[in-house]
Design a protein around this ligand. Structure first.
Ligand SMILES: Nc1ncnc2c1ncn2[C@@H]1O[C@H](COP(=O)(O)OP(=O)(O)OP(=O)(O)O)[C@@H](O)[C@H]1O
Ligand SMILES: [Mg+2]
Length: 438
C-alpha cells in the first residue's frame, strides 16, 4: 500500500472521534464498513456501523463527493426499511459515515444459503421482502429539500448486495454510494465508469442515459425475479454478456410456470424496456405486490421473515455474535491497558498520553476473520464449522474490565508498589550507610 494509503489505514482500536472501531464487517467496492462502539456520556455505549472510503480512494475528490452525497441524502431518509444514517465526520483526514448497525445479512447471502440447501425462497417470503424494500425505496425517492421541492433521488444500485435482512425480519435498503439527484450531471459514464451492479441495472442506466425513479423500479423487478428463481434475469456470471443483453434490448425472461401468471406479469411490467410502461413509482410497485399477496392468501409479517432468516442464517448469526463478543472483550482489555498506562504516566508525571489512539498496539488480537470471496465480507473462521449457540447477549456490550473504578484500583496498587520499593531502598541505604559510618 502507498504511503498515502497507509496513512488512511484503520485498525481495530482506532478512534474516529467518539467512535471506537471494533472489527471490520465488510469491504465493499468503495468502502470499508466497521462495527464500532459509540462512547457517550456517563458510560453510554452503542454499537453502530461506520463506513470509510477505501484508503486508495481516500484522497480522490470524486469519491469524497460521492461519499458526502451518500451521507447528505441518506441522512434525510427516515424509514424503517432504510438503514439510518446517524452522523458524518472527519477525523485525521478520514471521512466517515455512521449508520445504524443492521444485525443481519444481505439478500445475496440469504439466497446463497438457500441455494446451498437446494431450496428456493418461498414466494410469500420473497414478496414480503420486496414489498418492504419498495416502501423504503419510495421514501428515498420522495425526499424533499427544506422548501418542500422534491430532490428527484435515484438510488442506482438497488441489488441483493445492498438489501440487508435483519435477524428481526426487517429488510433494509443500504448503500446510497452512487445515489443521484435530479439535474445532477452524471460525469461517471462519460468518464468511462459504469457504476452499479450490471445484473440489476436498468437498460437506460446501462447505456448511460439519464435515469429517474423508474430505473430503480426496474431494479426492484430484477430483485423480485432473483429472489424467486435464484438467478438474476440477465445472468450474473459474465458481466459483458449481461451488458450486451441489456443494451441489445432482449426482453426479460419469464418466471418458471409454477409461479402465478399475475406475478410473472408484475415482474415483466416492472422490467419493461420503456420506463413509461413500468409502475410509475416504487409505491405503485409495492401496492401491486401487496394486492397480489392478498389474492394469493399470503400473510407474512416480520416475525415470519425472522424465522426464515434464523433457519437459514443461524450459523452465520451465531458466528457473528461470537466475533462481536470477542471484539468487545479485546476492546475492553485495550481500554484497560490504556487507563493503566495513563495512571502510571500520571504517577511518574509523564506527558503525552492525551492522544486517543495512543497505547494501541499495531497488531491486536481479534476475532479470526476470513474474506468471503463473492461479497468480500469478513466472516469469522469459526463459521467454517458449525458453531455452538452463542448467547444472544453477545450483541450487548460486555461489562468492560476497563471501568474507571477497576483502573483506579490498579493505579493505586502500582503507586503503592512504587512507594514500597522506595521505602525499602531508603531503609537499606540507611542501614548500609549507618554500617559504613561506624
Ligand atoms: N448499516 C450496516 N449494518 C451492517 N452491515 C452493513 C451496513 N452497511 C453496510 N454493511 C455491510 O457492508 C457491505 C458494504 O457496504 P456498502 O454496500 O455500503 O459499501 P460499498 O463499498 O458502497 O459497496 P459496493 O460498492 O460494493 O456495493 C454491505 O454489503 C453489508 O454487508
Ligand atoms: Mg454495496
Amino acid at each position: 500500500m502507498s504511503r498515502v494509503g497507509e496513512k488512511y489505514r484503520l485498525e481495530p482500536g482506532h478512534h474516529l472521534d467518539r467512535y471506537e472501531l471494533l472489527c471490520p464487517i465488510a469491504r465493499g467496492g468503495m468502502a470499508w464498513v466497521w462495527l464500532a462502539c459509540l462512547h457517550g456520556k456517563a458510560g453510554f455505549e452503542k454499537l453502530v456501523a461506520v463506513k470509510t472510503i477505501l484508503p486508495q480512494y481516500a484522497t480522490d475528490r470524486r469519491f469524497q463527493r460521492m461519499f458526502l452525497d451518500e451521507a447528505r441524502i441518506a441522512a434525510g431518509i427516515t424509514h424503517a426499511n432504510v438503514a439510518r444514517v446517524l452522523d458524518l465526520g472527519e477525523s485525521r483526514g478520514i471521512l466517515y459515515l455512521v449508520m445504524e448497525w443492521v444485525d443481519g445479512d444481505s439478500l445475496a447471502k440469504l439466497q446463497r444459503a438457500v441455494k446451498d440447501r437446494e431450496e428456493l425462497i418461498p414466494i410469500d417470503v420473497a414478496l414480503r421482502i420486496v414489498a418492504d424494500v419498495s416502501a423504503g425505496l419510495h421514501a428515498a425517492h420522495e425526499l424533499r429539500d427544506p422548501s418542500g421541492a422534491q430532490l428527484g433521488v435515484v438510488h442506482r444500485d438497488v441489488s441483493p448486495q445492498n438489501i440487508l435482512v435483519s435477524v428481526n425480519g426487517i429488510a433494509k435498503l443500504i448503500d446510497f454510494g452512487i445515489v443521484t439527484v435530479r439535474d445532477r450531471a452524471l460525469d461517471d459514464f462519460h468518464a468511462g465508469l459504469l457504476k452499479g451492479k450490471f445484473p440489476f441495472m436498468s437498460p437506460e442506466q446501462a447505456v448511460g442515459k439519464p435515469v429517474d425513479r423508474r430505473s430503480d423500479v426496474w431494479a426492484m423487478g430484477a430483485v423480485t425475479y432473483y429472489l424467486l428463481t435464484g438467478n438474476a434475469p440477465y445472468g450474473d456470471d459474465n458481466e459483458f454478456a449481461t451488458l450486451r443483453k441489456l443494451r441489445g434490448g432482449a426482453p426479460p425472461p419469464s418466471l418458471p410456470p409454477m409461479y402465478p401468471s399475475e406475478l410473472n406479469a408484475l415482474c415483466k411490467r416492472a422490467m419493461a424496456r420503456n420506463p413509461e410502461e413500468r409502475m410509475a413509482t416504487a409505491a405503485e410497485f409495492q401496492s401491486s405486490v401487496e394486492m397480489l399477496m392478498v389474492q394469493m392468501g399470503c400473510h407474512r409479517v416480520s416475525s415470519d421473515l425472522a424465522a426464515f432468516v434464523g433457519h437459514h442464517m443461524g450459523d452465520r448469526r451465531d458466528a457473528r455474535y461470537k466475533a462481536i463478543a470477542h471484539a468487545v472483550r479485546v476492546a475492553a482489555d485495550r481500554r484497560c491497558k490504556v487507563l493503566l498506562s495513563r495512571s502510571m504516566a500520571e504517577a511518574l508525571d509523564l506527558d503525552g498520553l492525551e492522544d486517543s489512539n495512543v497505547g494501541i498496539p499495531r497488531t491486536i488480537p481479534m476475532a479470526p476473520h476470513q474474506e468471503d470471496d463473492e461479497t468480500r465480507t469478513f466472516i469469522p473462521r469459526s463459521q467454517r464449522r458449525r458453531t455452538r449457540l452463542a448467547p444472544r447477549s453477545a450483541c450487548v456490550l460486555a461489562p468492560s474490565c476497563g471501568e474507571p473504578f477497576r483502573a483506579a484500583l490498579l493505579g493505586v496498587a502500582v503507586a503503592l508498589s512504587f512507594a514500597g520499593v522506595i521505602v525499602l531502598l531508603r531503609i537499606l541505604f540507611l542501614t548500609v550507610g549507618g554500617g559504613v559510618s561506624h
